[in-house]
Design a protein around this ligand. Structure first.
Ligand code: URA
Length: 259
């Protein structure tokens, strides 16, 4: 095979794997599994009592998270506390911690679900197609993540690390991250909160069912909070944009009554 043909067949193989859902290489160097199979199996070790491994289920990780989050007295300290938090497996598979974007002084804080592939690579919440739609939705009511104060928005996610293959967060992961999200809200002190999708509703309201919840004002830590459809849902269900628009107008009206 000439090098040109080799390039195209390697590229086709790679694209096929991406289509199958492969998003990351598990190792920097390739492993020749034919060679491994030829090697004699390692001798069995004499049986000894297995060492006790301390698992996360042996310790109250949510309590450790609460103590770590409570110590943070600024957003920078909270971000550092999350970076140092070693009890969430998701951290090991992620490229970056996704903490927040936008203006911390904004009156509106948006809480999403979890970073996807693009967010994981860039270390920022809501980028790519989903982020573009989010930005367009807020531009329609004259708000933007690049603006300060009244026209600004501040954005974070319940989970700061990408779940593998964008799977649903597990209940224990949500319980572990809840103290950090709550402290995030306390430190950012928004006037209003937007809960985008089921995961933030489950985390902060203890309820799911976004179709029923959306458009109905709730309270999170004493702050008015509005559940809304997630932009990812809107991309897949464009007919729901009408309800999303109604929710944005409700947000705008509520902001006016508070100013
Ligand atoms: N979906 C989310 O909920 N958050 C992101 O950051 C990206 C996609």
């Amino acid at each position: 095979m000439d090098s040109q043909t080799e390039y195209w067949s390697a590229r086709a193989l790679l694209e096929w794997q991406v289509e199958l859902g492969v998003t990351d290489a598990t190792s920097e160097t390739p492993i020749n599994r034919f060679e491994l199979a030829a090697k004699p199996p390692a001798k069995k070790q004499a049986k000894t009592a297995p060492a006790k491994v301390v698992t996360t289920s042996d310790i109250d990780v949510a309590e450790i998270a609460r103590a770590a989050a409570a110590k943070a007295s600024s957003l920078d300290e909270l971000k550092a506390a999350l970076s140092n938090f070693q009890h969430c497996e998701l951290e090991r598979g992620a490229h970056n911690l996704v903490f927040a974007d936008g203006s911390p002084s904004a009156r509106v804080m948006i809480i999403g679900e979890a970073p996807g592939r693009e967010e994981d690579l860039q270390g920022l919440p809501f980028v790519g197609r989903i982020g573009d739609l989010l930005d367009k939705m807020f531009a329609a009511i004259a708000m933007a993540r690049s603006a300060e104060g009244a026209a600004g928005i501040y954005i974070t996610d319940v989970l700061p690390w990408r779940p593998p293959q964008n799977r649903e967060p597990k209940p224990e992961e949500i319980a572990m991250m809840r103290p950090f999200v709550e402290r995030h809200i306390e430190l950012a002190k928004p006037d209003l909160i937007l809960l985008m999708g089921n995961i933030p509703c489950q985390t902060l309201l203890g309820q799911r069912g976004i179709t029923r919840l959306r458009g109905n004002w709730k309270e999170v830590l004493g702050i008015p909070a509005l559940p809304m459809f997630h932009p990812d849902y809107l991309l897949r269900n464009p007919h729901a944009k009408r309800e999303a628009w109604a929710d944005l107008l409700a947000l705008q009206a509520r902001l006016k009554t508070l100013s």
